[in-house]
Design a protein around this ligand. Structure first.
Ligand code: COA
Length: 382
């Protein structure tokens, strides 16, 4: 296997992009990434998208996006792993370069969610239709069950979950591509509209449009284009039971534990070596549980960690410096790639007011559904 580097990034604004189609959004992000990398061609592309068929009635996304990007006849493949589609597309691109099959590959993600489909119903196709959705549960409800279990088992408080939202909105306020750029207070989160008890509006990631793309290439090729080498140090993926009722515990996400273990092993690191992470905070409780399952602390400390500032930009393990899904937005297929973009900006010292001091190794954790799939990528500044 060859060493692989990320050499270019590009993304659109995340938010309600009424004037742009899914093709426009992807082409904007991909064109920016190609230009940013300075490459004159790409050998192939992978695009993460969860549900373009349901959201905008368009399937066969690999081909249509290659067409509108002006890249035919290169191979172009759509990758689907629910909300982890972007992370999975990055991983597919990594293996194509690492194997020697291609030198320069684009990994992208795109979703157009605001165009009129029943978004909650479309998102719920990533849950178990028979045992969960048919009974009336959708994702806010599933994560609310996880939150209640975590509160019962570890004493996690409403205030601690709110602290996660406050932190991520504070970080997102400094991200020009974020959907919500206004800080929120603890009181605003605690008093926002109840969605699924105990989760409130400001505990939830929003419905978003957006696209993101990065360029991966072999290390030898990377050195021709840039002196700033960002190496893919580890990548892993794992799955878990799709329905919550099949799990031994509601408060541990086994796919996260398994993927983290494998990614750390491949990268030759432990959680202590990770300087910062982008994690999948589709709901505030998800950030708390994932923080624990990545091994950053003992089980049960995810809530206190946010409350005590340990996950703030100047804390021990900064989490979601981009604003996370909560504030930056969550166009589901694009999220995993946008996480890689935040890692790249941090590792190259381009994160401005969000910059983490001494950022050498960053981790991106992207998951599908209520954790039935998880992809973890670890990047390092060489
Ligand atoms: N965070 C902050 N503000 C939000 C928001 C969010 N998640 N969602 C909506 N808003 C704001 C809107 O901007 C709007 O503000 P305005 O009145 O100033 O314009 C207001 O709240 C109402 O927006 P609306 O679109 O009517 O909200 P909604 O009730 O239809 O949707 C949720 C709110 C929480 C149900 C929706 O955002 C949601 O489903 N989120 C979860 C998405 C999800 O499950 N993703 C996959 C995870 S696995």
């Amino acid at each position: 296997m060859r060493d692989v580097a990320v050499i270019g990034i590009g993304m659109t604004q995340f938010g309600e992009l009424w004037g742009k189609s899914i093709k426009d959004i992807f082409v904007e992000a991909a064109t920016k990434a190609i230009k940013n990398a300075g490459v004159d061609h790409i050998d192939s592309m992978y695009v993460g998208s969860m549900s373009s068929g349901l959201f905008v009635g368009q399937e066969h996304l690999g081909a249509i996006l290659a067409d509108y990007l002006g890249q035919t006849p290169i191979p172009s493949t759509r990758v689907e792993s629910a909300c982890a589609s972007g992370g999975a597309a990055f991983r597919a691109a990594y293996f194509e370069v690492a194997s020697g099959a291609s030198d320069i590959v684009l990994a992208g993600g795109v979703e157009k969610m605001t165009d009129g489909a029943d978004v909650t119903e479309a998102l719920a196709t990533a849950a178990d239709q028979e045992y969960e959705v048919y009974q009336g549960v959708t994702f806010p409800g599933l994560y609310a069950m996880i939150a209640n279990a975590h509160m019962n088992q570890y004493g996690t408080t409403r205030e601690q979950l709110a602290a996660i939202s406050v932190k991520n909105h504070r970080n997102g306020a400094n991200n020009p591509n974020a959907q919500f750029r206004s800080p929120v207070t603890l009181e605003q989160v605690m008093n926002s509209t109840l969605v699924a008890d105990p989760l409130r509006l400001l505990d939830c990631s929003p419905v978003s449009d957006g696209g993101a793309a990065v360029i991966l290439c072999s290390m030898d090729v990377a050195k021709k284009f840039t002196d700033t080498i960002i190496k893919v140090k580890g990548t892993a993926q794992a799955s878990d039971t799709i329905a919550l009722h099949s799990r031994k515990s509601l408060t541990t996400l086994n796919s996260v534990v398994t993927a983290a273990h494998k990614a750390y092993k491949m990268a030759g690191v432990t959680p202590k070596d990770i300087n910062f992470a982008e994690v999948h905070d589709c709901f505030t409780i998800a950030e708390a549980v994932v923080y624990e399952d990545l091994g950053f602390c003992e089980k049960g400390c995810g809530g206190p960690a946010a409350e005590e500032g340990r996950t703030a930009i100047d804390g021990k393990t900064p989490l979601n410096t981009s604003g996370g899904l909560k504030s930056k937005g969550h166009p589901v297929g694009a999220t995993g790639i946008a996480q890689i973009i935040e890692l790249y900006e941090q590792l190259t010292g381009q994160a401005g007011k969000r910059q983490v001091k001494n950022a050498h190794i960053g981790l991106a954790q992207n998951m599908g559904g209520s954790g039935a799939s998880c992809v973890i990528n670890i990047l390092e500044a060489k």
